[in-house]
Design a protein around this ligand. Structure first.
Ligand SMILES: N[C@@H](CCC(=O)N[C@@H](CS)C(=O)NCC(=O)O)C(=O)O
Length: 234
């Protein structure tokens, strides 16, 4: 059986990582059987030293996009059969925008935003014994701050980051319109990605400005609520 390695439930989300949540959602949408293996220690076993990765028989694959491509090919999945080549090209580039831009707004909102950090720190580091609990969070926070600066998001002010995230939410909201899914009445691979990222803001037990902005788009809220109901509450 397919094994999905992630961090595990946190902040009220199926996984703290939207990349793990993407694969998790995809597996549900594709109706494949799988089990989840949770824990920070999974990082050390991952082929890319990042999560998610999956094991399927003798195959071990890292990176959410590579996993989805592998599963689609291996199990001859037809999730995108109603998409034109142009739709598929657009979906790929929008997915990459969420992965490479909106993701960093989320990282900033969880790790740097002072009010969020007060909630995130005890959640992410619960179970760590003293004295590690007094040292590890601040070391990792510094590392994340460096990554944010190197990536570029960390060079913006708080209000600029909120606006950058807002532009993504606004674009997603316009693209979704009043449809049930991004590409019509039938779910597609991109919905796994969209659900994972949007719900990481709207369903997280975190009340920061970015999450409030996401929640102001009523069609996005309805969309993620419906997907949660359809794929995770049955
Ligand atoms: N491109 C990768 C990104 C995965 C990723 O960045 N995962 C983060 C969690 S959200 C991670 O494992 N970070 C741990 C680290 O960098 O040490 C994918 O799509 O799976």
């Amino acid at each position: 059986m397919i094994q999905l390695f992630g961090f595990g439930r946190n902040l009220g989300l199926i996984d703290a990582s939207p990349f793990v949540a993407k694969v998790h959602t995809f597996l549900r949408m594709a109706r494949l059987e799988y089990t989840t293996i949770k824990g920070q220690q999974n990082l050390g076993k991952s082929p890319k030293n990042k999560l998610p990765f999956i094991e399927d028989g003798n195959d071990k694959i890292g990176d959410s996009r590579a996993i989805i491509e592998y599963l689609t090919k291996k199990y001859a999945l037809q999730l995108d059969s109603h998409l034109s080549p142009e739709d598929k090209a657009n979906a790929y580039l929008i997915e990459k925008s969420l992965d490479e831009n909106l993701y960093w707004c989320m990282v900033w909102s969880r790790w740097i935003h002072d009010d969020s950090w007060k909630v995130v720190k005890p959640e992410f580091f619960k179970g760590i014994p003293f004295p590690l609990s007094a040292i590890v969070p601040s070391i990792l926070r510094k590392k994340v701050k460096k990554s944010l600066y190197a990536q570029g998001m960390g060079r913006h002010t708080q209000s600029e980051i909120v606006e950058i995230a807002n532009q993504s939410f606004n674009a997603l909201s316009v693209l979704l319109g009043d449809k049930a899914y991004f590409y019509g009445n039938k779910v597609s691979t991109f919905d796994a990605s969209a659900y994972a990222f949007i719900s990481s803001f709207t369903h997280a037990k975190l009340d920061n400005k970015i999450n409030k902005t996401a929640k102001s788009y009523s069609n996005l809220v309805t969309y993620v609520d419906n997907i949660k109901q359809q794929y995770f509450q049955q």
